[in-house]
Design a protein. Structure first.
Length: 951
């Protein structure tokens, strides 16, 4: 239609106009109304549409300060130079202009004759060609004009004619004549309307980029969208201002506001608003100024209490400057409108209005924060601060911590920073607690530290203890366990000094818990010991159960079997006497951990389940998730991977779950998926667990996430990556006191290093397990130690010695009933026996490993074992292997058949026909193949199948 740049966000409206013009040129014209807020682009849309439409355009408009009937039509006639006269006999008022019709004269003349004369003038103006009457600003039109428009449209029905009426939608309120016009056009079948709405973020983004020539950042889009409410004219004005003032900088995220830059109001926007306000009566101007001072959300009763003029309020509502949002409530149509008005009100008048509103609101018992806002505006800082504090305290006490945080901020802003009074410190303390409870951790830390640095607070042990406790909790929430623990210990020391042994016990336990997360078991045990001394003095069964249970847990982590079991039994007795279900669940969980860390996974599972059941019965869902997350790991160790994966899904699908159980569940599910060969799923879960572990300071889970990632890298032949993950496991262990969680990964790590001749790395596996078994009473590291000694002997070319070590490892694993470790040990024992020449026993162990791997669902392991068994010469365990045996990805026979046909380019339907199976079955097999191969497309999968020798 036009050579101009296409309108942004108006594609639908442009298409509608093209159809309307085409219909009008076919003689099917009529009327079309174009509506939208001021600045939405109505004029641009119409101008571009008419430019190449072939219509002669005649423009007339209505005016806000004129009440002349038929004004736009008379203007069209006058601008075109066509005389319009109306007989003087029809006008009884001598001396008046016969062509100007006032409201008063309508009653005194022959209206039909007047309309007829005006219509004749319009016909003469229109002539013979295609004609468009464009009537602007119908929101200001009189009743006569709107009532006559349908008649004009029908009068020109025999010509190529179109009438376009334009109005601002925000000013059409109540029984406006435009509403009546729309209804009448609908009744006569002449109605069409094109509505232009404000831009959304997508259109705002496109317009900013067009205007500034550079893509904007999301933050800039959001700021401009909020300030302009998506009005295109305002967006253009803001972009012009930002560019001229050089307030923008280019960043990797796109064009952004410079640091510290604020978004001022463009003069063009302010001028447009001021022109609109210039049409108001004095009373309405006073009313809208009061409304601007009142706030964003208006209460009409309160407004009228300060500016008593219902007529003025009605005028503002009719004009569209204010809109009624609900009965008796309202708001400004646009936030910029209020902003511009506030800038124009003299400071002294604002203060007077704030004073009047504060008195009105106090008398009506309005919300304290609203009253404080007006007191502050009136310059009464102390009174405002007192009201902010009162309101903040009320919000805090009912648990509305988001509200209390905002209110305490406002109160403290009115307090001199040098003021160090008890009341101010109390407000700072509550602000810190509110910030902590709403996740504003930086603000919470700042507030806690302010208390600790206060001279006044130093005289109040209770406040300092609470501040240390609060800062420790905040740091722990940030995942900074190592930094948090000293503050818990200092809080405990202060509580002891005050004689508050119960609070001190809990703080020592918090420190113990953080040290445990960091695998700092010596520190954890020292904290638990001190807590036990204090809890014993309190004779509080609840505290004794919690402390002794934690102590038993740490002893188990250290591998101290002889002391851990008696301690957990004692804790259990105290928990029963406490009659506290939360404490009982906690001790059941600790009991499960003790069994877990001494390789009794069936008992551990039973006790985790008991703990979870207690939690569910007592609405302790958060604690239940902790139990479930840890239980999933124990269930995995028993070999029931299906149930373990189900439990993990339950934890991961929880919408409000805690990060700790999610971290454990993601890591456990990720390891299972990796062992099953589900690469994409495994990688996603393992990376999530690894990330979350670092966020919360959970030191032990990276042993598992890194192990799973190493398994994936091995399966994909990425040797450097696998080695990197295993070496990271060494690094994590060396910075901890771990005696358990590293063990599982060392089975596959030692095999990996042995097969590749990486003797130094293999020696590190031997060293780690040697350190652990020298201090731990857990039988599981002993089995692993025998296994890695076998790998070391094999790497040094001593297969007979290696076979003895592998056999010893297998015996210990069988006693503990560890299915996965049995696969590892049986496989390596079988390979080693084949190398020594004992083919019968070697194949027997390999077949046992294969059956166990299949039962677990460990497809990649089963595939490798199957390859060893199918080798006619027997697989040889080699210390200098070039890599893993060629993998068939753990596919079934049918999946291999599907893979070969997929690789040559057959569709799923063609594969189904060739194999005499359903297409749906093929769909399932292809989906599994894509997941195993970690591919997104069939083409990518076909290429990889060729690479691994399956096609």
């Amino acid at each position: 239609m036009t050579s101009h740049k296409p309108l942004i966000g108006r594609e639908k409206q442009v298409d509608e106009f093209e159809e309307i013009f085409a219909s009008a040129l076919r003689g099917e014209g009529g009327a079309v109304l174009v509506s939208g807020e001021e600045g939405c682009g109505k004029s641009r849309l119409i101008r571009d549409g008419l430019e190449e439409s072939g219509f002669r355009v005649l423009v007339g408009r209505s005016y806000s300060q004129s009440n002349v009937p038929f004004q736009p039509f008379i203007e069209i006639a006058e601008k075109s130079g066509v005389p319009f006269s109306f007989g003087e006999g029809s006008a009884r008022q001598s001396g008046s202009d016969p062509k100007v019709m006032t409201v008063e004269r309508l009653e005194d003349c022959d209206l039909r004759a007047y309309e007829s004369a005006l219509l004749e003038s319009l016909r003469e103006v229109a002539g013979e060609g295609p004609t468009c009457l464009l009537l602007e600003d119908l929101q200001w039109s009189d009743h006569a004009t709107c009532d006559w428009i349908p008649c004009v449209v029908e009068a020109f029905a025999d010509q190529t004619f179109l009438l376009i009426g334009v109005y601002r939608s925000e000013e059409i309120q109540g029984k406006h004549s435009v509403r009546r016009l729309r209804n009448e056009l609908k009744r006569r079948g002449l109605y069409r309307e094109i509505e232009l709405t404000a831009f959304g973020p997508k259109e705002t983004d496109a317009l900013i980029e067009r205007l500034l020539g550079v893509a904007p950042s999301r933050s800039l889009i959001r700021i401009i969208q909020q300030r302009t409410r998506g009005i295109p004219l305002f967006i253009e004005e803001f972009c012009d201002l930002l560019e001229s003032k050089k307030l923008l900088i280019e960043t990797p995220q796109g064009l952004s506001l410079g640091e510290g830059a604020e978004l001022p109001m463009p003069e063009g926007v302010r001028d447009a608003i001021m022109m609109k306000l210039g049409t108001l009566s004095d009373r309405s101007r006073a009313m809208i100024e009061a409304a601007a001072v009142y706030g964003d959300s208006l209460d009409f009763e309160n407004l009228l209490a300060v500016e008593d003029s219902v007529e003025a309020l009605d005028e503002l509502l009719q004009s569209g400057l204010l809109i009624e949002s609900e009965s008796g409530k309202g708001k400004f149509r646009h936030a910029l409108l209020r902003e511009a008005i506030l800038e124009e009100i003299p400071w002294t008048h604002k203060r007077i209005l704030h004073q009047r509103f504060s008195k009105t609101l106090v008398n009506q018992n309005s919300p304290s924060d609203v009253v404080a806002h007006h007191l502050l505006g009136a310059g009464e800082r102390e009174a405002a601060r007192a009201v902010f504090i009162e309101s903040a305290d009320r919000a805090y006490e009912i648990g509305a911590f988001g509200d209390s945080l905002v209110l305490y901020r406002q109160a403290l802003d009115l307090w001199d920073a040098e003021t160090d009074s008890d009341r101010r410190l109390e407000a700072v303390q509550r602000l810190a607690q509110s910030a902590q409870l709403t996740g504003q951790l930086e603000e919470a830390k700042k507030a806690w530290r302010e208390i600790l640095e206060s001279d006044t607070a130093s005289l109040d042990l209770e406040r300092v203890a609470q501040a240390n406790k609060g800062l420790a909790t905040t740091l722990a929430l940030e995942g900074r366990a190592e930094q948090a623990a000293p503050y818990h210990r200092e809080a405990a020391r202060l509580f002891e000094e005050m004689g508050d042994k119960a609070s001190a016990t809990l703080e020592w336990l918090e420190s113990c818990g953080l040290a445990t997360l960091q695998a700092r078991y010596t520190q954890a045990l020292a904290d638990a010991d001190r807590a036990k001394e204090l809890a014993t003095e309190t004779r509080d069964d609840n505290l004794l159960a919690l402390d002794i249970g934690s102590r038993a847990f740490v002893l188990a982590l250290k591998g101290d079997r002889e002391e851990a079991y008696p301690e957990i039994d004692t804790a259990f007795q105290h928990a029963i006497r406490s009659e506290n279900p939360q404490t009982l669940a906690n001790v059941y969980q600790r009991l499960a951990y003790v069994h877990n860390y001494f390789a009794d996974y069936s008992e551990a599972t039973k006790h985790f389940r008991s703990a979870a059941d207690i939690c569910h019965r007592n609405d302790l869902e958060g604690q239940a998730e902790f139990c479930m997350g840890c239980m999933a790991f124990a269930v995995m160790k028993t070999g029931d991977w299906k149930e373990a994966a189900r439990i993990c899904r339950e934890v991961l699908n929880s919408e409000d779950g805690d990060t700790f159980p999610r971290t454990v569940a993601a890591g456990t599910a990720g390891v299972i998926a990796a062992l099953r060969g589900e690469k994409r799923k495994a990688r996603k879960l393992l990376e999530e667990s690894d990330t979350l572990s670092h966020q919360i300071g959970l030191h032990v889970m990276p042993f598992y996430s890194r192990w799973g990632l190493a398994l994936l890298a091995e399966e994909e032949g990425r040797d450097d990556s696998a080695r990197e993950h295993y070496q990271k496991i060494f690094e994590i262990w060396e910075n901890s006191e771990d005696r358990y969680d590293v063990v599982s990964s060392l089975y596959t790590a030692s095999t990996y290093f042995s097969q590749r001749g990486l003797k130094k790395d293999l020696d590190r596996c031997v060293h780690i397990l040697g350190e652990i078994v020298s201090v731990s009473g857990n039988p599981e590291p002993l089995a692993a130690f025998a296994f890695v000694q076998g790998e070391k002997a094999l790497a040094e070319d001593h297969p007979d010695e290696a076979a003895k070590h592998f056999f010893q490892a297998l015996e210990r694993i069988e006693r503990m009933n560890l299915p996965l470790e049995l696969v590892f040990a049986s496989t390596r024992l079988g390979q080693t026996l084949l190398q020594t020449g004992d083919r019968e026993k070697g194949r027997e162990h390999l077949e046992r490993a294969l059956q166990s791997a299949k039962k677990l669902g460990a497809r990649p392991l089963a595939s490798r074992i199957q390859t060893l068994l199918e080798d006619r010469k027997g697989a040889t365990a080699s210390s200098s292997s070039d890599g893993n045996p060629k993998s068939d990805l753990g596919l079934t026979r049918r999946q291999k058949e599907v893979a070969k046909l997929l690789a040559v380019g057959l569709t799923n339907k063609e594969i189904a026909n060739q194999l005499f199976i359903s297409t749906r079955t093929v769909d399932m097999h292809v989906g599994h193949l894509l997941d195993r191969l970690d591919c997104r497309t069939r083409t990518e999968a076909a290429k990889k199948l060729v690479e691994v020798g399956l096609a």
